[in-house]
Design a protein around this ligand. Sequence first.
Ligand code: VOV
Length: 250
Amino acid sequence: MSEPAQTLDGWYTLHDFRTMDWASWKRLSSDERQAAIHEFSQYLDKLNAVQDRKEGSHALYTIVGQKADFMLMILRPTLEELNELENEFNKLTIAEYTIPTYSYVSVVELSNYLAKESNEDPYQNPYVRGRLYPILPKTKHVCFYPMDKRREGNDNWYMLTMEERKELMHSHGMIGRKYAGIIKQLICGSVGFDDYEWGVTLFSDEALQFKKIVYEMRFDEVSARYGEFGAFFVGNILEDDDLEKFLYVK
Ligand code: VOV
């Protein structure tokens, strides 16, 4: 049997994708809409307070295309907290005017493929902690997609030795490093949690860089040979102050 990679696991993550039911939303009176927006803002204020205390993080992005209208991504120390926040959102008035279109449950993950030997407890290392419990950047754009590593015939990632996988991940990391300062990646493990093995969330101020990195990685063996991908979602940051504009209807 080949040896599994060891993972360090951080905050649990929920990507919640919603489409707006604009027709029903429009039928509300403007006062009712205002009250629903206010209630949604208060919910976001609560999330902001938790984020200020660095006890969790979240991101709100509009999504371009028909797969969803917005994505609320929430990170918390436990699955219970995520579930509570999901239910709390579903009980808001605004939720009555949204249609859930996709969701993804995972946990922020770091593997030991490129880790250096050390005796220290990695969970106490400030750099590692910053990666496992990240305050999400407020970049202009986001890109999310779930993915698997292939398990087919000669292309079975899980039959490779640790050494082989280390080598392949090294090459993956080298490509990734070219995008330092341009793209911030958040890799979340989802084996046993959701339909794919990882959820990839990319943050950048330049949307085109998502296309560039994903395309470049397709030529790298890890992705070319072993990568299998789910649906892609891309979108634009929805600042709290722009919520009213996003939800405005005549
Ligand atoms: C933005 C740049 C970037 C950088 C620097 C980067 C680097 C690294 C390193 C160093 C490591 C390994 C150690 C760790 O940190 O866990 C990883 C790990 C991983 N990656 Fe990555 N990746 C990037 C970016 C990046 C992208 C764009 C993708 C999607 C691939 C594609 O084809 O669409 C991806 C995927 C992954 C996955 C699924 C894993 C886990 C694989 C596993 O088998 O465990 N990743 N990644």
